[in-house]
Design a protein around this ligand. Structure first.
Ligand SMILES: C[S@@+](CC[C@H](N)C(=O)[O-])C[C@H]1O[C@@H](n2cnc3c(N)ncnc32)[C@H](O)[C@@H]1O
Length: 271
């Protein structure tokens, strides 16, 4: 593996390892994240079949794995970070049989065995990799025919961030458009974040996958990081959130936002 990639993955694993200790407290106290998780679940629940076998990428502490296990699905939860894996193992011991855990990077899914009905990746884990094809190339071998893949990823167009330009913060406002990735600083660790357009995500899957739905999160409403804005302007936040919910399903807004929810169907073409 090239040194830059090893360094990127080491820094990412270290940063999220440190974050794992307070990840769930931060998550449960953030109103925007709570609302978005509900929207993501209602998106997935349109497609997922009862008792599905789910492969979860960058599963973090297992918030979503727990949600899906409670619905009767079986989850193989994977992540790169030691700290996150320790939290996942605690969850797996409670939901014995429904959650299994494996420490693996999502570009090394050839180390994962079995066949799955659904692949799920939430909240930007896949923004830690530059080329999504390093992940998608493993999927056909892991999926049952008719399987779904839902990824929640940070896209390149985020109108909320453009408003930073009004405050003179041009570099931050347009950081998502940088081809070579933007610098990320988390828990004292430095790594790159790569923003992926829905077109690029769709292309990365190739011909055996069909885009079913894309939905924007945080198009004009504040993102999870804007907690001060949310506290000060709760009425306006609620209005913008309702406005977003309507727009989020209409193109091009369905492809914009702080994050997008993208679902594709795996249907192997007869060649
Ligand atoms: C923002 S957290 C999201 C966690 C979880 N999906 C959630 O929604 O709560 C991003 C996660 O991506 C994981 N991650 C980043 N790069 C990874 C990689 N190459 N392979 C597997 N997991 C990775 C991190 O360790 C972290 O747990």
């Amino acid at each position: 593996m090239p040194t830059e990639k090893v360094d990127q993955q080491k820094s990412v694993a270290a940063a999220f390892g440190k974050q794992s200790h307070h990840f769930e407290t931060d998550d449960s106290s953030n109103l925007v994240l709570q609302e978005w998780r509900k929207r993501i679940y209602s998106h997935v629940n349109q497609f997922i079949k009862p008792k599905s076998r789910i492969l979860e990428l960058n599963a973090g502490t297992g918030i979503d794995a727990t949600y899906f296990a409670r619905l009767g699905h079986t989850i193989h939860a994977t992540d790169i970070s030691n700290g996150m894996i320790a939290k996942l193992k605690e969850k797996a011991s409670v939901f014995s049989g429904n959650i299994s855990v494996q420490q693996v990077s999502f570009d090394q899914l050839d180390n994962v065995g079995g066949k799955f009905d659904y692949v799920f990746s939430n909240f930007g884990g896949l923004n830690c990799i530059e080329d999504l094809r390093e992940v998608t190339r493993h999927l056909p071998g892991l999926l049952n025919e008719g399987a779904f893949v839902t990824w929640v990823i940070m896209p390149r167009i985020s109108p909320w961030e453009w408003t930073w330009a009004l405050k003179g913060k041009f570099a931050e406002a347009f950081r998502r458009l940088r081809k070579q990735g933007a610098d990320a600083h988390l828990e004292g660790e430095y790594f790159y974040t790569y923003y992926h357009s829905v077109d690029k995500i769709e292309r990365s899957f190739g011909l055996d996958f069909q885009l079913l739905k894309s939905e924007g999160l945080g198009i004009f409403s504040p993102p999870p990081a804007a907690q001060n804005f949310v506290r000060r302007f709760l009425g306006l936040t609620n209005f913008l959130t309702r406005f977003d919910r309507v727009l989020s399903k209409i193109s091009p807004f369905s492809r914009w936002g702080d994050h997008v929810i993208v679902t594709v169907l795996f249907r192997k073409k007869p060649y």
